[in-house]
Every structure is written in C-alpha cells, then in structure tokens.
Ligand binder design. Structure first.
Ligand code: UDX
Ligand code: ADP
Length: 463
C-alpha cells in the first residue's frame, strides 16, 4: 500500500516539525496537520515565518519549502481524518494532575479524544500511528476504542516514537540515528509497518529503520529517555561530590567519556534537566513498574528524578547561602528561561523551579531569554501554583535587553546555555552591577578565568 495522504492530529513541538520534514522529503504525499487550537494553526499559516509557534533552527525554511504545496495546517480535524490513509497522533500527554496516578501516570484524555474522533469519522480502513510518547500498552486502549466505537472499518495501530530533541529537531529528523516502528505481528500489521517504512525510506537508509512489536516500540521510547536522563543525573550527582573534594566535573566527564563503553554525550553537569519528556517519561516508567508490583524497579528509576530535583534546589539554595544568607529585596538576573538552548519551549525548565525557590526567599527576579515570551514565563510560574499570579508579576520582571536585566543586579544566574551569552560585553555588565557581583553559571557556559579577571565572583556546577 502506497500512502498518498497523511493527517497529523496535534501541531505542537513534535507534530509540527515531524510533519514538515515528511512533507519536505515526500512531495508526493499530502500532509495535513490539524489542531483544536485555532491560534496555533493561524501561527503555522502566518506569512511571516518568524511567527511560527515553534522555534527550531532550520524549521522556517523547511515549512516554507512545502507549505501550500503538500503541507497544510488546518482546524478541520474531521475532514483531514476522513481524507487520510494514515493518521499520526501527536497530541500532548502530560502527567496527570488529578485522581489515580496523580503526579506520575500520563494523562491520556487527549489521546482518547483523538481515538474517539477518528472512530466517529473514518469511513474506510486507516493506519493509526502513535507519535506522542505513551505508556506501554496504550496501543491496546486506542485499538479498543477504535474497534468498539467505529463504523466497522479496520484500523491498524503502529507505534512510531519520536526521538528528536528540541533545538535540533530538523537535523534529528533529517538524519536520525534510527527510526523505530512497532506493529502487529500478523500479516495486516506487517503491511501497515511496510507502508510507514516506505514513507521514511524516501530519505532514510533502510538499515536505520527498525521494526519491532508494538510493546517493544512503546517501551523503547521510555527506556531511551530514562537512560539519557539517568546519565545527566549521574553526572549531576558527581558534580556535588566534585564541589566537596576539589575534583572538576568537566574533567571527570571528559575522562570517563573517552571510554568508548561510556561515550562522551549527555555528560554535561547542569542545574538539572528539563523538557517535556524526561521527567514525564520516567514518572510514567515508575508508575508502570509500580502497577506491576515491581517496587525495586520503580525506586531505581525514581532516583533519577529525585537527584534532578535535588540539583535544582541546591542551585537555588547555594545562591541564597552565597549572598550572605539573604536575597530578600535583591535583584537576581536570570539569563535564559528555556529548558535548553535553541528552543522557545519552557516545559519543566529548571529556571521555573529556581525562580520559585528564590521568590520564596523574596528575591526580585529579572528574566531575559532570547526566544521565550513574557506570557509563557508568568504562565509557568502560575501553573506551579506556589503564589498568586499577582505576586508572580510583582516578583518577576521580564526584559528584552539582557544588559538592562543585569543592571543593578546582585547576582546573575545562567539557566540556559544560549550561545549569545558567551559574546556579551561582560565588562560592561560588571560595571553596572551591585558589588560584589556574583555569577552562578548553571550551565558551565562562560569562561571562568575571564569572569574572575573582570572581577566577578564566578561559580560553576561541580567545580
Ligand atoms: C529528549 C530526548 O533527547 C529525545 O530523544 C526525546 O524524543 C525527547 O526528550 P529534549 O527533551 O528535547 O529531548 O532535550 P535533550 O537534549 O534530551 O535535553 C533534555 C534536558 O537535559 C535539557 O534540559 C538539557 O539541558 C539537559 N541536559 C542534556 C543536561 O543537563 N546535560 C546533558 O549532558 C544533556
Ligand atoms: P508535543 O511536545 O508532544 O508536540 P504540544 O503541547 O506542543 O506537545 O502539542 C500538542 C498539540 O496537540 C497542542 O497544540 C494541542 O492543542 C493539540 N491537541 C490536543 N488534543 C487534540 C485533539 N483532540 N485534536 C486536535 N488537536 C489536539
């Protein structure tokens, strides 16, 4: 079966870039991305490519190459489902904030809604592809809904987890390490797998396209993220020990990374990992393990989160301690709010938690981030719910000029590793700060020697 028409439900950080690249690479396939959020769709259709709702290096060019040719953004979910032979589900699956599994399980209400909508609309056989990260065995739930509420048409469910990292999404999609497709082991399942393999084969070498059963595919996604997050928590655990012993975590990371069995990636000590995936997926893994009674397995993975929470907290408490045990009324400038560079995404960003701790200590926070909008910063803090929206607005001011953000500050905290921070006129920033001028580099981004020479009291993670 040759796919000619694809629909993707959910025009977010995953659905948007993924479908844009498919459309770019497969001009013969019509790709329609739909979303309930009208503003999001309007932004994807905006003539001015600077206004796309997702910031990713290279994304605007890819969208420009295909939009209006074979790439369409629409709010007409039903029409797109009806026309498509293959439907990707890329809706969000946040951690549940209520009821059973609160704080750990994934909230599948958006997925279920999609499944019901597909079932109601489909008039011919469809291949449904899980793109969002989902707990193992979600495919079964989708299948149940489709088969029991549908119009008697046949559905094949595939799992095709996304491994792109934000900030490098386009590059990751163009040249992935591998593409994983899970499906039923019966003949129809294998045919559906082949249909999706053929789509990717338009630009990805066959040997990089891996096929498995559905459950392996679903669990591989959680496992990959758990392993990656574990590396970050492991090096962050060592960073605290380095600070006590006089070892330098960057040197330790370099020394162990040269062991080919360990490898050099994901060993950067930081203020803590963020993003929409790591915490959510591990919590999910923990929840699944617990639900099978596997307490040790659950505790083992939960420790990765505990370590990460500790790292964020100790970064904030170190600022307070270093500033003579009080930050009350002191201006602390935040450079960066996004959870990593080259994205405007702030979900689970360490900056949110550090800000929250410092606000509890009555600090005045000044935030500059090159890509994050003010509204997002306040929404992040309000979502935490530690204080009223009014108090968040009082305690946090946002700036479009980094130099202004740093004026009269007692300290600067580097929360995101944006490249531009390295090129600032640090001498000028120093002159306009309160003295002694502190810099807490949560990303080990700046040149420590230079910072000390200027006169800053400069602290890094794990040194
Ligand atoms: C991750 C996975 O990498 C990706 O494959 C999956 O599909 C989604 O989750 P993402 O969350 O976009 O991607 O970013 P990633 O590059 O993995 O970084 C996650 C967090 O870890 C960031 O906050 C980053 O700053 C932090 N990190 C990463 C470190 O602190 N140190 C490192 O060495 C690497
Ligand atoms: P991700 O990082 O997984 O892409 P996002 O939150 O960026 O997550 O994107 C998910 C998108 O899915 C949102 O834009 C949301 O409006 C959309 N969405 C959620 N449920 C539905 C639905 N039933 N139909 C259409 N779009 C949906």
């Amino acid at each position: 079966m040759k796919i000619k028409n694809i629909c993707c439900i959910g025009a977010g950080y995953v659905g948007g870039p993924t479908m844009a690249v498919i459309a770019h690479k497969c001009p013969d396939i019509k790709v329609t991305i739909v979303d309930l959020n009208k503003q999001r769709i309007a932004d994807w259709n905006d003539e001015n490519l600077d206004n796309l709702p997702v910031y990713e290096p290279g994304l605007a060019d890819v969208v420009a190459s295909a939009r209006g040719r074979n790439l369409f953004f629409s709010t007409d979910v039903e029409k797109a489902i009806e026309e498509a032979e293959m439907i990707f589900i890329s809706v969000n699956t946040p951690t549940k904030t209520y009821g059973l599994g609160k704080g750990q399980a994934a909230d599948l209400k958006y997925i279920e809604l999609c499944a019901r909508q597909i079932a109601a609309v489909a008039k011919n056989d469809k291949i449904v592809v899980e793109k969002s990260t989902l707990p193992v065995r979600t495919a079964q739930a989708i299948k149940d809904i489709l088969e029991n509420t549908g119009n008697g048409v046949k559905f094949e469910i595939l799992s095709n987890p996304e491994f792109l990292a934000e900030g490098t999404a386009v590059e990751d999609l163009m040249h992935p390490d591998r593409v994983l497709i899970g499906g039923d082991t019966d003949e129809d399942g294998q045919k559906a797998i082949q249909a999706l393999v053929d789509v990717y084969a338009n630009w990805i070498p066959k040997e990089k396209i891996l096929t498995t059963n559905v459950w392996s595919s679903e669990l591989s996604k959680l496992t990959a993220n758990a392993f990656l997050a574990q590396r970050v928590s492991s090096i962050n655990a060592m960073s605290e020990l380095c600070e006590k012993t006089g070892a330098d975590v960057t040197e330790v990371a370099r020394a162990i990374g040269m062991d080919s069995r360990i490898g050099p990636k994901f060993l950067k000590a930081s203020v803590g990992f963020g993003g929409s995936c790591f915490q959510k997926d591990i919590l999910n893994l923990v929840y699944i393990a617990k639900s099978y009674g596997l307490t040790e397995v659950a505790d083992y993975w939960e420790q990765v989160i505990i370590m990460n929470d500790h790292q964020k907290r100790r970064f904030a408490s170190n600022i307070v301690k270093t500033l003579y045990n009080t930050v009350s009324g002191k201006k602390i400038a935040f450079l960066g709010w996004a959870f990593k560079k080259d994205t405007n995404d702030t979900r689970e960003s360490a900056a949110i938690y550090v800000a929250n701790d410092l606000l509890n200590e009555q600090a005045e926070i000044a935030v500059y981030d090159p890509k994050v909008e003010d509204d997002t910063i306040y929404a992040d803090l309000n979502y935490l719910g530690s204080r009223s929206a009014e108090d968040n607005t009082k305690g946090v001011k946002t700036f479009t000029d980094p130099y202004e953000a740093c004026n009269d500050a007692h300290a600067i905290a580097v929360l995101t590793e944006w490249d531009e921070f390295k090129d600032y006129d640090w001498q000028k920033i120093y002159e306009n700060m309160k003295k002694p001028a502190f810099v807490f580099d949560g990303r080990n981004l700046l040149d420590g020697k230079k910072m000390n020479e200027i006169g800053f009291i400069y602290q890094e993670i794990g040194k």
